[in-house]
Design a protein around this ligand. Structure first.
Ligand SMILES: *Cc1c(COP(=O)(O)O)cnc(C)c1O
Length: 415
């Protein structure tokens, strides 16, 4: 059977697009740091008949009949999440990471309140205060950044900002920060100024679950995450909090900002949490870090600079300026894609170029590590990236490397 034949019978157009995408994923090296390849079990649960069911409310307190299986699956997802992150309470209903964050804001802030969060241009997320996001529209946003010298957080400067602006909420967590985040140090500052601390571990949730990154759960009032990045579950969000905040968090998710939960996605979350509780998951997360270091060292030995000089986690930020001053992130992303290497252009701290161009590229290893790639492949990928950049996007070079990429992809099938 060809892929998606069961859909093809009723809808050839959609089946064709799905088959194209399966082929694209099989034949590309996925370096987007926020993406991953889920297991067949996660995929199957997400595509299950649970999509048919309305289950507004929470287990035992639903607004619809016929929810017995919905209660069982949501309880299972919650139990597994609690075991995985050792948290007092969890809500697995947020449709996305941004929804998870919004529920926290709605529960514990008033419009006009001050939030202290990481600048987008320094690796923050749009749901942490971008001007035209709900956060930027409703709240008074003050940003911290990284220091120009070290390109890491300057805790003294963050403390100074907190004392000056007296935020009600301090947000930690990032979309493009390659170094370890000291969540406890942020909590100390929050306590000094009477602020709440929300740690958004969307990117590093898998590392945290595996014990390979400092854990914010014991020190932050709220921990939000996506389930689809390093955690390798279905597309979605989740909120962890102390028991004291449980009731309010639940009521702000539903009915605060959402209607019926995506029960098929919650089923897939349960499967993913079950996978993350297995010893093999820790090995996977360790290999993500090992691969990121190997990829980073490969780029550096080719003369390419990375922001902050390396990585502690699953991602790195390439600074194109010193080695390739005429190459923008946009051009680099485009050339690499022609060679079936998928990345995203990214602002780097103190970038002189505009967000549509950028001087940086963000590279991450969660997806290729899922496929089983290890250090030798990282070395090869780093060499390919360097060669493409140095060739200025030469079509012959790109064509030859694309052949190599296709060969490598054949050796590492999707899950
Ligand atoms: C990815 C991400 C999110 C949310 O993502 P959604 O696309 O809304 O699921 C939130 N915070 C951070 C830091 C992220 O990287």
């Amino acid at each position: 059977m060809r892929p998606f034949d069961e859909i093809r019978e009723s809808d050839a157009a959609v089946a064709e697009i799905l088959a194209e995408e399966q082929l694209r994923q099989q034949n590309t090296i996925e370096l987007i740091a926020s993406e991953n390849h889920v297991s067949c079990a996660v995929l199957r649960a997400a595509g299950s008949i649970f999509t048919n069911k309305y289950a507004e409310g929470y287990p035992g307190r639903r607004y619809y009949g016929g929810c017995a299986n919905m209660d069982t699956i949501e309880d299972l997802a919650r139990e597994r999440a609690k075991k995985l992150f050792k948290c007092e309470h969890v809500n697995v209903q947020p449709h996305s990471g941004s929804q998870a964050n919004t529920a926290v804001y709605l529960g514990f802030l008033q419009p006009g309140d001050t939030i202290l969060s990481l600048d987008l241009a320094h690796g923050g997320h749009l749901s942490h205060g971008m001007k035209i996001n709900i956060t930027g529209l409703l709240y008074n946003i003050v940003h911290y950044g990284v220091s120009k010298e070290t390109e890491t957080f300057d805790m003294a400067e963050i403390r100074r900002l907190a004392k000056e602006h007296k935020p009600k909420l301090i947000i930690t967590g990032a979309s493009a920060y390659p170094r370890t985040i000291d969540f406890a140090a942020f909590t100390e500052i929050a306590q000094e100024v009477g602020a709440l601390h929300m740690a958004d571990i969307a990117h590093i949730a898998g590392l945290v679950a595996a014990g390979l990154h400092p854990d914010p759960v014991p020190v932050a009032e709220f921990v939000t995450t996506t389930t689809h990045k390093t955690l390798r579950g279905p597309r979605g969000g989740m909120i962890m909090c102390k028991a004291d905040y449980a009731k309010k968090i639940d009521s702000r998710v539903f009915p605060g900002i959402q209607g019926g939960p995506l029960m098929h996605v919650i089923a897939a979350k349960a499967v993913a949490f079950g996978e993350a509780l297995k010893p093999s998951f820790k090995k996977y997360q360790q290999q993500i870090i090992t691969n990121a270091k190997a990829l980073c060292e490969g780029l550096q030995s080719a003369g390419i600079r990375t922001v902050s000089g390396g990585t502690d986690n699953h991602l790195m930020l390439v600074d194109l300026r010193p080695s390739h001053p005429n190459v923008t992130g946009k051009a680099a992303e485009n050339w690499l894609e022609q060679a079936n290497i998928i990345t995203n252009k990214n602002m780097i701290p103190f970038d002189e170029r505009k967000p549509v161009e950028t001087s940086g590229l963000r590279l991450g290893t969660p997806a290729i590590t899922t496929r089983g790639m290890k250090e030798p492949e990282m070395k090869q990928i780093a060499a390919w990236i360097s060669e493409i950049l140095t060739s200025n996007g030469d079509a012959d070079v790109i064509g030859r490397i694309r052949g190599g990429v296709l060969e490598m992809c054949q050796q590492f099938p999707l899950p």
